[in-house]
Design a protein around this ligand. Structure first.
Ligand SMILES: Nc1ncnc2c1ncn2[C@@H]1O[C@H](COP(=O)(O)OP(=O)(O)O)[C@@H](O)[C@H]1O
Ligand SMILES: [Mg+2]
Length: 394
């Protein structure tokens, strides 16, 4: 086996060689597309889960399904940096212009419905700061709709004006928002509100999302419409699926694993897709030119992979924390899965839970921890606790 044939894909958002264990979610995506084609209402999923479980690639796979049915699709990503936040509207507008270019029926004379739709996309985009050169001639004809400056009003007008054109072409408009917990509140609230109206009126508009475990709580804060969302929790792969995620891509390249090697890698990965890819990648590198990956290769892969994970996943997050936040995380690492806040208060020699709330809130905002239930905290990154325990030992 050589490096050029290495089939593993460690890296955020990198499409894996086989999207293992997500058959149900993919089927749900197909149902949304099929129902939309029939003019029926449908519930697009909002995925949530720990980091590295494969939410981004799943969201992308559903976007590909929609794009294959000729939908207008737009992808945007929530950003933590405050300097980035006000740009979401412009990113959405740019995406819409691009999507409209590929969706508009080209050959025939343009229908009135599409002319009107493009006019509104034009004025929405100009108001959002998209420059004239980025707009095609067709889109440029501003209609004065969707440019009031109020994100909710504008987005509703935009979608409202798009509906007849979408219906005429039998397609949907899908907005795919990754890291949705970090989307600026104005844009999030506008999208949620439009999604609500779309649902009431069976408009072919769908908000798809992916983000951290706090996403359901975050969306409930934004509007009282959260009962309308179809939240889907994405977790680690089952041991059988994790085995398949390791073995199948290798087999396709004529390479097999010893059973004991697979056992070891599945075990250390905990079934988390990102870890599976990192350890598979290292196993491949540990056995250059061999037809079989042995237990010994797997042991080397575990050592190397752990170092890679420290570098790529853990160090940078740890370094972003302030001393007070680090103390809180160290205290959390003493618990196996999640920590009870009252225990942390005692462990850190504080008097009451509110003594921890500044560090706690900042770590939640940074996306490092979340509250799995009232009075508890947990890391968003799998195995972060192991990493911190290793640090302490060293
Ligand atoms: N179902 C899957 N099977 C195998 N590998 C996967 C699967 N889903 C994701 N991956 C891999 O896991 C890693 C993390 O995926 P990503 O979508 O970025 O996770 P998240 O968005 O949840 O943090 C990537 O390296 C990707 O190739
Ligand atoms: Mg992601």
């Amino acid at each position: 086996m050589d490096a050029a044939r290495n089939p593993y894909t460690p890296g955020a958002g990198k499409a894996p060689p086989a999207l293992v264990g997500r058959g149900r979610e993919l089927e749900e995506g197909r149902v949304v597309v099929a129902r939309t084609a029939r003019g029926a209402s449908a519930d697009a999923p909002i995925f949530y889960g720990l980091r590295g479980v494969g939410k981004t690639v799943l969201l992308k796979a559903l976007q590909n399904q929609a794009a294959a049915a000729n939908w207008m699709t737009v992808e945007i990503e929530g950003k933590q940096e405050s300097t980035e936040q006000h740009l979401s509207r412009r990113r959405l507008a740019r995406g819409l212009v691009g999507a409209a270019r590929s969706a508009v029926p080209r050959r025939q004379r343009m229908s009135d419905a599409w002319k009107r739709a493009l006019g509104t996309i034009g004025s929405f985009s100009i108001a959002a700061g998209v420059t004239g050169v980025e707009l095609s001639i067709d889109v440029q004809a501003g209609s004065g709709r969707g440019d009031s400056g109020d994100p909710t009003v504008d987005l509703e007008e935009l979608v409202h004006d798009l509906v007849p054109a979408l219906a005429e072409s039998g397609i949907g408009l899908g907005i795919f928002v990754d890291e949705i917990q970090d989307l600026d509140p104005a844009m999030l609230s506008a999208l949620v509100s439009v999604q609500h109206r779309a649902h009431q009126n069976s408009w072919p508009f769908h908000l798809y999302g992916a983000g951290l475990p706090n996403v359901p709580a975050r969306l409930a804060e934004v509007r009282s419409y959260s009962e309308r969302f179809h939240f889907v929790q994405i977790g680690a792969l089952s041991p059988a699926d994790a085995r398949a995620a390791l073995a199948e891509p290798a087999e396709a390249e004529g390479v097999t694993y010893q059973d004991a090697a697979l056992d070891r890698l599945v075990d250390v990965s905990g079934g988390y897709p990102y870890f599976v890819q990192v350890f598979g990648d290292q196993a491949w590198r540990a056995a250059p030119g061999h037809a079989v990956i042995t237990r010994q290769d797997a042991d080397i892969a575990v050592a190397q992979g752990t170092a890679v994970l420290d570098e790529s996943l853990f160090h940078s997050r740890w370094n972003r924390a302030t001393p007070a936040q680090k103390k809180l995380m160290r205290a959390m690492a003493e618990d196996p899965v999640q920590s009870q806040i009252s225990d942390l208060v005692a462990r850190l020699g504080k008097r009451k839970p509110s003594d921890l709330s500044v560090a706690r809130d900042e770590l939640i905002k940074k996306g490092l921890i979340f509250a799995p239930e009232r009075g508890y905290l947990r890391f968003t990154v799998p195995h972060m606790d192991d990493y911190l325990r290793r640090q302490v030992e060293e």
